[in-house]
Design a protein around this ligand. Structure first.
Ligand SMILES: O=C(O)[C@H](O)[C@@H](O)[C@H](O)[C@H](O)COP(=O)(O)O
Length: 240
């Protein structure tokens, strides 16, 4: 793992730096394999990055969009990570419909939709059960509680090692999430973190010793490059 930590002056600088790096990794992936697979983060932090990506002239037909997690709501729900990304970026440029791979949330139940998405990923990456694909890029955020994706502290999802996708649990609300091993097989993982409210979580994530079940973002140790892009309010207490 190749570990990078950058503290940017403010959120605008964070978005600009994220755009520069993500674009470079998209270009690199397309040069190497004629396609790029990128899993998006939800929440509010990445939205301006998605809005900036929408202004670029990229080979959208070579880029495949996934999500690292999804709230278990219809894609028209204001809480939907898919809806946010579509409104900020995906529906504003010419992605082929087949290049957008949303996590299903309207099946019988979260577990069956998680299994359905797992099967979709296995088919897309042409892998067998038990194998893990290498996403080119996975974007992540962290919560004030150091969760990432929908991997929340002291939940069963943190222990799942034999699947690509599982059911997350936020205070009893079901989510669907990539598993720790799937994220850790990525070529490039970017954490985008902004705001002073994330300071305490970052302190525990970067501490020499802390319980990863309490601070789940500590579990993210990808085989490829790991980038922490922080704005100053979030990263000011870190000795980096
Ligand atoms: O579905 C989600 O909400 C995200 O995947 C979640 O993990 C998010 O990245 C963090 O909660 C940070 O959210 P903010 O960017 O809004 O602080």
């Amino acid at each position: 793992m190749n570990h990078h930590v950058e503290v940017l002056a403010d959120k605008t600088a964070l978005v600009e730096r994220s755009l520069e790096l993500v674009r470079a990794k998209i270009d690199e992936a397309i040069q190497q394999s004629d396609r790029c697979t990128i899993a998006l983060a939800g929440g509010s932090t990445p939205k301006p990055l998605y809005e900036s990506l929408a202004t670029l002239n990229l080979p959208w037909e070579k880029i495949h969009i996934f999500w690292g997690d999804e709230r278990y709501v219809p894609p028209t729900d204001p809480d939907s990570n898919q809806l946010m990304a579509r409104q900020a970026w995906l529906d504003l440029v010419s992605f082929p419909d087949a290049n957008i791979h949303p996590i299903p949330t309207q099946g019988e139940d979260p577990a069956s939709d998680a299994q359905r998405h797992e099967a979709h990923l296995q088919q897309f990456f042409a892998i067998s059960p038990g194998e893990f694909p290498n996403f080119d890029i996975i974007l992540l955020g962290i919560g004030d509680d150091a969760h990432t994706a929908s991997l929340f502290p002291h939940t069963e999802a943190l222990q799942v090692r034999d699947r690509l996708v599982t059911v997350g649990n936020k205070d009893g609300q079901p989510r669907i999430t990539f598993t720790v091993p799937l994220i850790n097989h990525a070529h490039n993982v970017f954490f985008l973190v902004a705001g002073a409210s994330k300071q305490q979580a970052l302190g525990q994530i970067f501490a020499a010793e802390a319980d990863p079940l309490t601070y789940p973002a500590r579990l993210i140790q990808p085989v490829g490059e790991l980038w922490w892009l922080l704005d100053e309010p979030a990263g000011r207490e870190l000795a980096v």
